[in-house]
Design a protein around this ligand. Structure first.
Ligand SMILES: Cc1ncc(COP(=O)(O)O)c(C=O)c1O
Length: 406
């Protein structure tokens, strides 16, 4: 693609330095991206990149999908936003579609992953309030968002540094360790909240035994089980929810239903929307006036989310990304032990590679120079998060670019 003569990258970066809060770990020489199509993006100089970062697991249908552009225009011309003091058909339709895919229950709509998790925790606390239950147990290395509540919920001390006093009522235990959860639970425990696959923590899947054990243990003690599916959900692994994929691979069929599931990222494919599915136990806990957000489930966001679900279904993108993920893992696995490539793990469009001998940030920059965008995670992992529509050819191209950096 041609250089964009009207955009001066150096000037854009300088404006960021002057006028944008420096809260992101953005390399001073990171590309200035101006256009995208499918799994590819271009910078102002016309350099092409294969985008296996997808805006951090967001652009599930890649960039500039014509049907999403069309629905945004159509809905934009019809009705963008009305308050939640009124009804509109798109929110009703989206709620029905998400409930159909998750289990009996109800939806709450918001705008981001952190907000969705806040709503889950608020509902669990409200349910437990009569019995003095408010504590939420989460996992070490988990990531649940950047609000004051969610930095307290996340099992990473560095997120809280300088932002104290920390919201009380959260405790952390090692991930995939059932005995540790059992030990941490007490009469004040309202909920256990975990990711199906720890994303920011380094693409670490929960085991089937852990998920089933958590469900059993929480049920027996009247504690809610909250799944943070913001990153690993919405077909990223090939199944609507990552726990479905994990249990299916372990030969466990059905029988696992949490009390709540948070959603965001791929739900809107780049258009901001978050949501929580509440199972029957929590479905009516957030009563009138108890929780709200102005933009939650706005008509435009719901129209986009509905179109995404329709496209994924019509084009069979769940099984497609599952297959592409296997292909990617196989290709990267063959490079295992060579250069920086260590262990390869994950499912579908959520694959992690441990980096050995070099820093993951350094390798991410080297890959960007080869024209491949990926996302660092944890202390030593690179995440490959391609759009669900990625082609086999693009997966092979990505593997070649990895090989070129070894
Ligand atoms: C598992 C998980 N939960 C919550 C969040 C927060 O989502 P948001 O950035 O939309 O608030 C993220 C974001 O990376 C995430 O990966």
């Amino acid at each position: 693609m041609k250089k964009n003569l009207t955009i001066d990258s150096r000037e854009v970066r300088a404006e960021y330095a002057r006028h944008v809060v420096p809260s992101y770990k953005r390399s001073a020489t990171a590309p200035v991206l101006v256009r995208g199509k499918g799994a590819r993006v271009w910078d102002a100089e016309g350099t092409e990149y294969l985008d296996f970062g997808s805006g951090i697991a967001v652009n599930c249908l890649g960039h500039a999908h014509p049907r999403l552009a069309k629905v945004m225009k159509q809905q934009g011309e019809e009705l963008v936003h009305v308050s939640n003091l009124f009804f509109h058909p798109k929110q009703a339709e989206l709620a029905k579609e998400l409930v159909k895919r998750t289990g009996p229950g109800k939806m709450f709509f918001c705008n981001s992953g952190a907000e969705a998790n806040e709503a889950m925790v608020k509902a669990a606390r409200k349910l437990g309030s009569g019995e003095g239950r408010y504590e939420v147990i989460t996992a070490l290395n988990s990531f649940h968002g950047r609000t004051l509540g969610m930095i307290a919920a996340s099992g990473q001390e560095r997120l809280r540094e300088g932002f104290g006093p920390v919201v009380p009522g959260f405790g952390y235990v090692p991930f995939n360790d059932l005995a540790a959860v059992e030990k941490a639970m007490g009469p004040k425990t309202a909920a256990v909240m975990v990711e199906g696959i720890q994303g920011e923590g380094g693409v670490i899947p929960a085991t089937a035994e852990y998920l089933l054990g958590l469900r059993k243990m929480t049920k027996e003690r009247g504690v809610c089980l909250l799944m943070d599916s913001v990153q690993c959900g919405h077909y990223r692994t090939g199944r609507f929810q990552s726990y479905e994929m994990i249990l299916e691979r372990a030969g466990e069929k059905g029988g696992f239903l949490p009390d709540a599931v948070s959603m965001a990222k791929s739900l809107g494919g780049g258009f901001p929307i978050g949501a929580v599915w509440f199972g029957e136990r929590l479905a009516d806990v957030l009563g009138p006036g108890s929780h709200a957000t102005t933009y939650g489930g706005t008509a435009l966001a719901c129209a986009v989310a509905l179109e995404i679900l329709a496209i994924i279904e019509e084009e069979g993108l769940g099984s497609h990304i599952e297959e592409m993920g296997e292909h990617l893992k196989k290709g990267l696995g063959k490079l295992g032990g060579r250069g920086w490539v260590g262990e390869v793990r994950g499912f579908g469009g959520m694959v992690g590679v441990t980096v050995q001998g070099r820093s993951h940030a350094e390798v991410a920059e080297a890959l960007a120079k080869q024209g491949l965008l990926v996302v660092p995670a944890g202390s030593d992992v690179l995440r490959f998060l391609p759009p669900y529509s990625v082609t086999k050819k693009e997966v092979e191209e990505a593997i070649k670019k990895v090989e070129a950096t070894l």
